[in-house]
Design a protein around this ligand. Structure first.
Ligand code: CO
Length: 162
């Protein structure tokens, strides 16, 4: 595995709509492993492929010590709404409050090509919504309230926990 460079806000790759994955190759699996390693090394709980410069629909999340490798995610159900603080590995030291659905059902493809559904709530649901937004070129700072710079932030964010 290898650590990848995280693209920062302002990089055009973060504004692009990512393409669906039609074939899962060794390269796809290596990319997912590298994304996970990069996410863990930066204390993140989620990462999306465009954040490491790949414009494909792949995300990795790990909120409660369970890693999900998620390809072609589609949120098929949303319920409720909740506001919480988010951060992003692509926007260091920037935080803001974002309103998201409280509960979601996600349909996706696993790294082994199986179609799965995942019910999520709380931070996992928030993280998946944040990462899925990345695949459509949307950053949390595009939709957050009270955007601010904070060094040494302790509260868990969506893809940054710093
Ligand atoms: Co992010």
């Amino acid at each position: 595995m290898s650590l990848l460079e995280i693209k920062k806000a302002g990089d055009p790759v973060l504004k692009q709509k990512c393409v669906e994955i039609t074939k899962i190759t060794k390269k796809t699996k290596k990319l997912l492993d590298d994304m996970a390693e990069t996410m863990y090394a930066n204390d993140g709980v989620g990462i999306a492929a465009p954040q490491i410069g790949e414009s494909i629909r792949a995300i990795v999340v790990d909120v409660n010590k369970k890693r999900y490798d998620i390809l072609n995610p589609v949120i098929i159900y949303r319920e409720g709404s909740a506001v919480d603080t988010e951060g992003c590995l692509s926007c260091p030291d920037i935080y803001g409050e974002v309103e998201r659905a409280e509960k979601i059902v996600l349909q996706y493809l696993t790294r082994y090509g199986k179609i799965k559904e995942l019910e999520a709530e709380g931070l996992l649901a928030r993280c998946i919504q944040h990462e899925t937004d990345h695949l459509d070129g949307r950053l949390f700072i595009d939709i957050a309230q009270n955007i601010r710079e904070e060094k040494n932030h302790k509260k868990r964010g969506a893809d940054s926990v710093k």
